[in-house]
Design a protein around this ligand. Structure first.
Ligand code: OXD
Ligand code: MN
Length: 606
């Protein structure tokens, strides 16, 4: 389809203006077809950017290597440009929208020279669902087009729903590397240097402008930019929730079904939990989503969730048949790999894939790499934030309801993070507001998903939304409190804090995690029906010592330790929240949360 054929006059005008500004050689409106996807991959093979993997082992799969400077989300260059700085809040990078647009307009001038501008109409959520939202991304990256084909619903069917005057979120994206006369990428991933990367959000006008990066959340604008940062603002204004949460379906041995969502900071195993294979006999877990949940109240007063995405953009290292067999099955075909290593027979390999590197690999930088297990300092073959992009429909555990436009009714919210000490295996909130308090203090040991945070330290990441909330976090907490106000609490999801990552004094994980987490999910399932052995403690409702069955290797003493209320540790936790965490949100921090803090402290003092 040509731009002139676009039926939506606002869309047509916006695309034409962008064309004048960015001066691409050609413009293409994406139809979302398989032929289009294949053509994008071919263009990138021809440009030396995509390598076809062994069709006997990984049919329909390709590998990309990004520029070493463009390997993760850049939070330092991510902006919330609301009119007032106070609306973005102290935890977002703020810029004045008019100034930022001026700076970026200068960058966008002529930025697509020598390239094609692709117009990608996309739907976050099943096409036509009343929970779904439409975005249109303009990009000069065929890599982005191909990834968007997998991660969202794209093309003509979205334009049909948009009609001649529907609402869409306009999204600009350019890799920021115009080509001179006759110049080609020649196998070099195009992007701009760090100081020219901008991932900008304009919450009042619902716009996204991204420049200079071709990687993940910086460039696939439906995911973090639309489905979280812009959607969080829409959700606040319209009374719903846009959350950084997985959605799973769990069935007990009697065949009763519940749906659970969970918020965990990046790199805490959300994808693994969403695809968990229970070790508990008779239980079944199926996947609805692994990263984002949009939730609205249904006519029955319950919260219904949809997964706005259509694919998984998962971290490869650590994914193996033990940690996530369903993911390993999902990514056997039709998958885009980025920054993993490649074996001599053109299969993929990464750290902790479950077997040794077979021979001489090519690492994510394109260099020869031979595994040296004696060298603890050997650089990894796959980048720690290397990824797979795979269609959700290929997941063997995908729930049949995953595309239900109504969404699925949620019984429980989980919050969690990597916490080696203090935080017990599982802890149920006493009520909604206590649960909001739990969400507000989520923290985790930092790993590699973001480029610019130091590994190894504990970063508080309330609701796992700190990098993804499009407005002031204090107002966000208020929104969560409001969602529960005046509601029948029996219909609201029950809230739980979980921690699979407790370590003993030798630094070893006490709880085996993965499939064994089904034991904890089973307790949560029963608690939603008011069952399951439970004791009231100063920090919340904990399982009785025998309420959760022991996996192999977990002794009674271990269990006691991870279900213990560490009074001294909690006093420190409370002190840290009061002194260092809550003050970050200034006077917008809801007083209800300080009251919760006071109440827990009082209970801890006994
Ligand atoms: C992700 C994240 O999902 O960083 O990639 O949270
Ligand atoms: Mn995420």
């Amino acid at each position: 389809m040509k731009v002139s054929e676009l039926k939506h006059s606002g869309l047509k005008k916006w695309v034409e203006e962008a064309q004048t500004l960015m001066t691409p050689d050609t413009v293409e409106v994406c139809d979302g077809s398989k032929a289009e996807y294949d053509r994008m991959i071919q263009i990138m093979k021809d440009a030396g950017l995509a390598t076809e993997l062994n069709p006997a082992k990984k049919p329909g799969c390709v590998l990309f290597r990004s520029d070493p400077s463009d390997v993760a989300r850049v939070e330092s260059n991510t902006y919330i440009a609301s009119k007032s700085q106070n609306d973005a809040g102290p935890t977002n990078n703020w810029k004045d929208p008019a100034e930022l647009k001026k700076t970026m307009t200068d960058l966008y001038k002529g930025c697509m020279k020598g390239r094609t501008m692709y117009v990608i109409p996309y739907s976050m959520g099943p096409v036509g669902s009343n929970i779904a939202k439409i975005g249109v991304e303009l990009t000069d990256s065929p890599y982005v087009v191909a990834n968007m084909h997998i991660m969202a619903r794209v093309g003509t069917k979205v334009l049909d729903v948009l009609g001649s005057d529907g609402f869409f979120v306009p999204c600009y994206h350019s890799v920021g590397k115009p080509l001179g006369q006759g110049e080609k990428d020649n196998g070099k991933w195009p992007c701009a240097p760090l100081e020219k990367k901008y991932i900008s959000h304009f919450p009042e006008t619902r716009e996204i402008w991204s420049y200079g990066s071709g990687y993940g959340g910086n460039a696939l604008l439906g995911k973090k930019c639309l489905a979280l940062r812009i959607a969080s603002v829409l959700a606040r204004d319209e009374g719903w929730l846009a959350e950084h949460m997985l959605i799973l379906k769990i069935t007990n041995p009697k065949g009763d079904v519940k749906y659970i969502t969970g918020a965990f900071p990046s790199a805490c195993g959300k994808t693994n939990l969403a695809m968990l294979i229970p070790t508990l006999p008779g239980w079944k877990v199926e996947t609805v989503g692994d990263d984002i949940a949009w939730m609205k109240f249904g006519p029955d007063g319950r919260l219904y969730a949809i997964n706005p995405e259509a694919g998984f953009f998962g971290v490869a290292p650590g994914t193996n048949n033990e940690s996530n067999r369903n993911a390993m099955e999902t990514i056997k075909k039709n998958t885009i790999y980025t920054n993993v290593a490649i074996t001599p027979d053109k299969d993929v390999w990464w750290e902790m894939i479950g077997y040794d590197a077979p021979g001489k690999l090519i690492d994510w930088n394109g260099n020869e790499w031979v595994q040296d297990k004696n060298n603890k300092d050997q650089k990894p073959a796959a980048h720690p934030n290397s990824r797979f992009t795979a269609p959700a429909s290929q997941c063997p555990a995908i729930a049949k309801e995953w595309e239900d436009p109504k969404g699925v009714p949620i019984s429980a919210f989980l919050f969690g993070g990597r916490r080696p000490k203090t935080i017990p295996l599982v802890n149920q909130a006493k009520n909604w507001i206590h649960g909001v308090f739990m969400g507000s203090i989520v923290g985790s040991e930092v790993t590699a998903a973001a480029l610019d945070v130091k590994a190894g330290t504990i970063r508080r990441d309330p609701f796992a939304m700190l990098p993804f909330c499009g407005y002031h976090m204090g107002d966000y907490f208020k929104h969560w409190i409001k969602i529960g106000q005046g509601k029948d609490e029996s219909k609201l999801p029950k809230i739980f804090f979980v921690n699979w990552f407790r370590k003993n004094d030798a630094g070893k994980f006490i709880w085996p995690g993965y499939g064994e987490n089904s034991r904890v999910l089973a307790w949560i399932f029963d608690r939603c029906d008011g069952k399951g052995g439970a004791v009231e403690t100063p920090i919340g409702t904990l399982p009785t010592p025998d309420a959760i069955t022991r996996p192999d290797g977990v002794s009674d003493a271990d269990m006691k330790e991870i279900l213990n209320v560490d009074i001294e540790g909690w006093k420190k936790e409370i002190e840290d929240v009061r002194a260092n965490h809550y003050p970050k949100f200034g006077d917008k921090l809801p007083k209800e949360l300080y009251s919760e803090l006071d109440a827990i402290e009082k209970r801890l003092r006994g």
